[in-house]
Design a protein around this ligand. Sequence first.
Ligand code: ZN
Length: 319
Amino acid sequence: MYNEPIFLEPEFKERIWGGTKLKEIFNYDIPSQETGECWGISGHANGPNRIKNGPLAGKTLGEAWEQHRELFSNEEGEEFPLLVKILDSKKDLSVQVHPDDQYARDVENETYGKTECWYVIDCEEGSEIIFGHHAKGKEELTSMVQNGQWDKLLRKIPVKPGDFFYVPSGTIHAIGEGIQILETQQSSDITYRVYDYDRVGQDGQKRELHLDHSLNVTTVPHEDPLLKREASAIDGLRYEKLVEEDYFTVFLWELEGRSKEITLQRYRLMSVLDGRGRITIDGVDYSFKKGDHFIVPSTVQSYTVTGKAKIITSHSNKA
Ligand code: ZN
């Protein structure tokens, strides 16, 4: 029986808005000074992680999902459902919106749409995100987009470290400059770009916009999701539920000491944002440190975690 954590080799993505914080904060071996994304837990074909340890070492997470569904609570689904990334925005990201599952299947022939959520790891003072819009109806949205009335349309919100945002598909959004987030999302890479600040890339070209798709999928009027963060503590572990929604449940764990025995029957995704520690399964220790991403498979009956660390952990809510 598979009785150990599955550690993953991160994948990096260079982006025109990326920077160097993924190295500065997490000591990752980044490919360039414009590294925007670390895909920490991914079975997606555009950036699958390789397994670092154990009987499945060298295989991708996607292969493990296909061949060993018993590790993943025998959950149904063609593809591994979630994707966990860390983003560093040296510059503003484009203003964008994602489709839901139905639109992704019907129009893009992809498995999943994209609902996502963000935990703000760090940011510069005065940082902002775009979250939602001010149009009252579809007509107003369409005319504001077509006339480029971005200041009137886009809703800006200030952010600070520790903030959390739930971003359902259909929400217009953008991460502003100077922000590092951990994103937990459906495993999808479909993005419709609404506005890109009229920037040109190294090739002198503007990046393509997708206005028709954007207008088709944007929720009007914008509705703010009601989030209720709930914190509890047992022994050495303070845990705070950040969101529990259709696709995923996400927690912030703050470990200080030794947890009691944890017996969650679902497989669990873990990303270590700070500190170090160890997970103990049947008396065997596996150490982890800041920047590590791993999965505790559902074949593990129980485990403890020990150390001083901050971890974002999540599980899928699909049957
Ligand atoms: Zn997005």
